[in-house]
Design a protein around this ligand. Structure first.
Ligand code: GLU
Length: 399
């Protein structure tokens, strides 16, 4: 079968692939500990589920405007004003089937063939492939553990060319959990101010999962001059434990970008699910009490996982400042397993496979996020599962 050329440029989403593989093993009766999934283990709060039930009963089961119901758009506008101090009108926001869909629409709307998109690595696995699907060229900028895996102004400056069309920012970061400080964002903004044609895509999906008293800011908060050319991506999936509902939203000062994204959506999926939209509006309008419960649990788990990982020989990790991932470096562990003949290649992929096949522990290899010799584990799962998973990791390296 001759498939489209674009298909040859991409691969299956590695996060979803690991989840599918581990899920299949579990369905076969194997006691797999799955620390791969980037989704909260909590149930969607009751008041949100209730809003969906009411929407069904009220017959809200028809098409809605492509970019979202008036009710949802108002909730999004209110959320940005109240939580982020960002003012948008209805034609500057749009809802889609998840943050991932928003990013895809955004790239489709802004990229022409050969346009370059700067992606700081480690990155969320789908950014480069979505750029490729939109005929763009990903420009990966490696950020090291010494820089806390964050892009510096100097590296950004060096990566910019006349073809640079856009840049991704993601804080708190998936997979590293690192958060950009105001000064770090400002340093990046000062570089970007010199290039008025570069569009910034800020993926703020982990905004509400922040630890140690950190306050969320994105680049527009520290550099309001970038308002027109920054596409803010967010959604209800991570904060409100609503991954399956598939509601994300985008905002941009420049209305033509939002309009283009809605046109693309009108020719592909049309509106996001009407019932999920009603639930998302209830989530955004419903206050933060339900978030705190989850945040407290994530904090306890973060502390536990970071402490244990750093006690295991051959592994080291930074303390995640947000999101629900620990991204640990495992070069020494890989080398010793290779030396002992346990893994054939000195790669994080071989290490991750070894853990899954021999110790029934699923994590996602760092190479999928653009940085070798690392593994991402998610702590969005119960303490019991985490303890079991870390026991297995310890056993794998002590054996
Ligand atoms: N964003 C989550 C993750 O990184 C969900 C899976 C995905 O779409 O990548 O695990």
């Amino acid at each position: 079968m001759n498939l489209a050329h674009r298909v040859s440029l991409i691969k299956e989403s590695p996060t979803l692939a690991v989840m599918a593989r581990a899920g299949k093993m579990k369905a076969e009766g194997k006691d797999v500990v799955i620390l791969a999934a980037g989704e909260p283990d909590f149930d969607t709060p009751d008041h949100i589920k209730q809003a969906a039930i009411e929407a069904i009963n009220a017959g809200k089961t028809k098409y809605t405007p492509v970019g979202g119901t008036t009710e949802l758009k108002q909730a999004i506008i209110h959320k940005f004003a109240k939580e982020n101090n960002l003012q948008y009108a209805a034609n500057q926001v749009s809802a889609s089937a998840g943050g991932k869909h928003c990013i895809f629409n955004a790239l489709q709307a802004i990229l022409s063939s050969g346009d370059e998109v700067i992606i700081p690595a480690p990155f969320w696995v789908s950014y480069p492939d979505m750029v490729l699907l939109s005929a763009g060229t990903p420009v990966i900028v490696s950020c090291t553990i010494e820089d806390k895996y964050k892009l510096t102004a100097d590296k950004l400056q060096k990566a910019i060319t006349p073809k640079t069309k856009a840049i991704f920012l993601n804080s708190p970061s998936n997979p590293t959990g690192m958060v950009y400080s105001d000064n770090e964002l400002l340093a990046l903004a000062n570089v970007l101010k010199k290039y008025p044609d570069i569009i910034i895509i800020t993926d703020d999906i982990y905004e509400h999962i922040l630890f140690d008293g950190l306050q969320f800011k994105n680049i527009v908060n520290v550099a309001p001059e970038l308002y027109d050319r920054t596409i803010v991506i967010n959604g209800v999936s991570k904060a409100y434990a609503m991954t399956g509902w598939r509601i994300g939203f985008s905002a941009c000062g420049n209305t033509s970008i939002i309009k283009a994204m809605e046109n693309i959506q009108s020719q592909s999926t049309s509106n996001a699910c009407s019932i999920a939209q009603a639930a998302a509006a209830a989530a955004l309008n419903g206050g933060h009490a339900c978030l705190q419960v989850m945040k407290d649990a994530f904090l306890e788990r973060r502390n536990y996982v970071v402490e244990r990982i750093n006690k295991i020989k051959g592994l080291r990790c930074l303390k995640a400042e947000g999101a629900f991932y620990v991204f640990f470096e495992c070069v020494d562990a890989i080398n010793s397993l290779h030396q002992a003949g346990k893994i054939a290649q000195k790669t994080d992929l071989a290490f991750a496979n070894y853990l899954l096949e021999n110790f029934l522990l699923a994590g996602v290899p760092g190479s999928a996020f653009g940085l070798d010799d690392h593994i991402r584990i998610s702590f969005a799962t119960s303490m019991e599962e985490l303890a079991k998973g870390l026991d297995r990791l310890e056993e794998a390296l002590n054996k």
